[in-house]
Write a protein that binds this ligand. Structure first.
Ligand SMILES: C[S@@+](CC[C@H](N)C(=O)[O-])C[C@H]1O[C@@H](n2cnc3c(N)ncnc32)[C@H](O)[C@@H]1O
Length: 256
């Protein structure tokens, strides 16, 4: 039986606070979001770049939060949608949202660092808004590439700093220190305490760094439909085979 508006409002308020502003049968879950109607306001800029028909496809939504993107993928007909997050409060919201929307979506408590345990590759992997919340962002990208991306990954990260992307060279001379002052050089800003009042914002990349990290983890960037959003395909093994067998240096970093 369908829930009444009052029942939905009561559950929405019991499950608060919400990060995703969902429309649950006319009830908005986060109408006062500091980013506006989020993430719908972002989604509308790249919705057209993802296949409109996902019939028969499997989707993994990593860091699904209240499930905005999982719901949208299921609405596009995906055969299987799995949303994972390590926060029970968000998973409870996502399960409730799917129930109201009458959509069959699985939600599991799982950290991005444990995706190998899924033992499954997905046609579409969403990795949106999570990278900068991680203490080990490259490890996460390497694991996602290695274990769960079957075809396409939709990636998004907050970015700060220069939007310029410098030409990427294979090597740099040890005495070239000016390089590190160039705005287009990949830069990952470390937040020791808080950014935007959030102690889980650890590493905020500039645009060059986002693109370099994706490539370094074995992805090819095939689309950039929105400032912060990239479409990627798995290309090869991560550079230096990830963290396990790093490419061999010469000990002091001088150019050989
Ligand atoms: C900013 S929200 C992004 C939500 C959604 N993907 C989006 O783009 O709107 C970050 C989400 O990542 C989740 N998260 C953070 N670290 C995680 C981890 N190690 N494993 C799984 N989820 C994580 C948080 O609980 C939160 O729901």
């Amino acid at each position: 039986m369908k829930m009444t508006r009052t029942e939905i409002e009561q559950r929405v308020s019991a499950l608060a606070p919400w990060f995703h502003n969902l429309d649950l049968d006319g009830v908005a879950t986060a109408p006062d979001h500091f980013l506006g109607d989020y993430p719908r306001s972002k989604w509308k800029h790249f919705a057209a770049s993802i296949p409109a028909d996902l019939s028969g496809k499997s989707v993994l939504d990593i860091g699904c939060n209240a499930g905005f993107y999982s719901l949208e993928m299921k609405r596009r007909g995906a055969a299987r949608v799995l949303g994972i997050d390590f926060d029970d409060a968000y998973l409870d919201q996502a399960r409730f949202a799917a129930e109201v929307a009458e959509l069959d979506i699985a939600f599991e408590k799982l950290s991005v660092y444990d995706v190998a345990g899924l033992g499954e590759r997905f046609d579409l992997v969403l990795f949106m808004g999570v990278l900068y919340h991680l203490r080990h962002p490259l490890l996460a990208l390497d694991l996602i590439r290695e274990h769960v991306v079957g075809d396409l990954m939709v990636f998004q990260s907050m970015q700060r700093g220069s939007r310029h992307v410098a030409e990427v060279k294979d090597n740099h001379n040890f005495w070239n220190t000016a390089l590190f002052e160039e705005p287009g050089f990949p830069r990952l800003h470390f937040i020791e305490h808080r950014y935007a009042d959030d102690p889980t914002n650890w590493w905020v990349p500039n645009r060059a760094c986002v693109e370099a990290m994706l490539r370094s983890s074995g992805f090819t960037i095939v689309g950039h439909p929105e400032d912060e959003v990239y479409l990627c395909r798995a290309a090869g093994a991560p550079a230096g085979e990830g963290a396990v067998y790093p490419a061999r240096g010469n000990g002091h970093g001088a150019a050989r």
